[in-house]
Design a protein around this ligand. Structure first.
Ligand SMILES: Nc1ncnc2c1ncn2[C@@H]1O[C@H](COP(=O)(O)OP(=O)(O)O)[C@@H](O)[C@H]1O
Ligand SMILES: [Mg+2]
Length: 281
């Protein structure tokens, strides 16, 4: 069987009219580049985390998960490799937006704030420092493009595309998801600075939460122990990798092929640490 789509991290298989199978690989990207070497079991960690959060939030919003047991999938997936990294999902018509809820001021929203520019149609008021917690979480949608970078848009723009009612329903769901899950993560010593959500519509026109949720690939996780307002927090998952790449450039270029074994194994430990702290510890 061949995937119909091969993303940066996931392989998508079309198995029937209603269902897709999504396999999360061990691929890792840094600075928009996929490394030639995998992070052992990263896909399993991401899949377990996403499934954990989908299960925890199913009363807030319906999600696309149909089954996470490969035994209930076509014979092709009955293989040790696919176990724990594969889900069967409802095939949806995806909305062309990503919805990011931000609880802390960082990344592109911080840049806009620093320059006094608007972001997603609004200028943030108040006096903030880098990485500071926002008074209220904000929703910053982005229009997805197949090639190139996504474009931040206002809620008004989303409303004009999908209607006020759907936009409203999504906004409410996003805030409730972020509130519930960031509180839970905080109790385990992790800050979820922001979280990206994708929605799609099923055949009945119902809005369904899809893709992955609250994985280190789609959310910024920070360690409460290292968090300080005004200081750029190191990424919980990719800090060793990014630090090594920055400190080992040759002729101004990142040496993606040369990342040493110990950096890969430290990165692997961080992913497992995230999973263990949230789910076990
Ligand atoms: N239930 C679903 N139905 C249809 N498409 C989905 C569903 N869930 C996720 N997708 C899409 O599958 C792709 C996931 O693969 P991924 O490796 O994350 O790709 P990307 O590199 O584009 O982020 C995304 O394009 C996402 O929008
Ligand atoms: Mg993705």
């Amino acid at each position: 069987m061949k995937p119909i789509y091969s993303g940066k991290v996931r392989e998508i298989y079309d198995i029937s009219d209603q269902h897709l199978v999504i396999v999360t690989t061990d691929r890792i990207s840094a600075f928009d580049h996929i490394l030639p070497m995998p992070i052992n079991e990263k896909g399993i960690v991401l899949n377990k985390l996403s499934n954990f959060w989908f299960h925890k939030t199913q009363s807030i919003v319906p999600n696309h998960i149909v089954d996470d047991n490969v035994k209930n999938m076509p014979p092709f997936f009955q293989n040790e490799y696919f176990k724990d990294r594969t889900v069967m999902v409802e095939k949806l018509k995806m909305l062309p937006f990503e919805f990011v809820v931000r609880g802390y001021l960082f990344g592109s929203m911080w840049k806009a704030y620093e320059n006094g520019e608007e972001f997603c149609g609004a200028v943030l008021s108040g006096d903030y420092k880098l990485a500071q917690k926002l008074d209220h979480p904000v929703l910053t949608p982005a229009l997805k493009f197949d090639v190139g970078h996504d474009e931040y848009v206002s809620i008004k723009e989303v409303e004009s595309r999908i209607g006020t009612e759907a936009a409203d329903q999504i906004a409410k769901s996003c805030f409730r998801l972020y509130e519930l899950c960031s509180e839970y993560a905080f109790s385990k010593g992790l800050i979820i600075a922001d979280a990206k959500f994708e929605f799609g519509q099923n055949e009945q026109g119902q809005l369904i939460l899809a893709d992955e949720i609250f994985t280190p690939d789609s959310s910024r996780y920070w360690d409460v122990c290292n968090y300080k307002v005004g200081v750029s927090p190191r990424s919980f998952d990719k800090q060793f990798l990014r630090d090594w790449l920055i400190n080992n450039k040759a002729n101004g270029k990142f040496q993606f092929e040369k990342v040493p074994e110990d950096v890969l194994s430290q990165t692997e430990k961080l992913y497992h640490n995230c999973l263990n702290r949230l789910i076990v510890g």
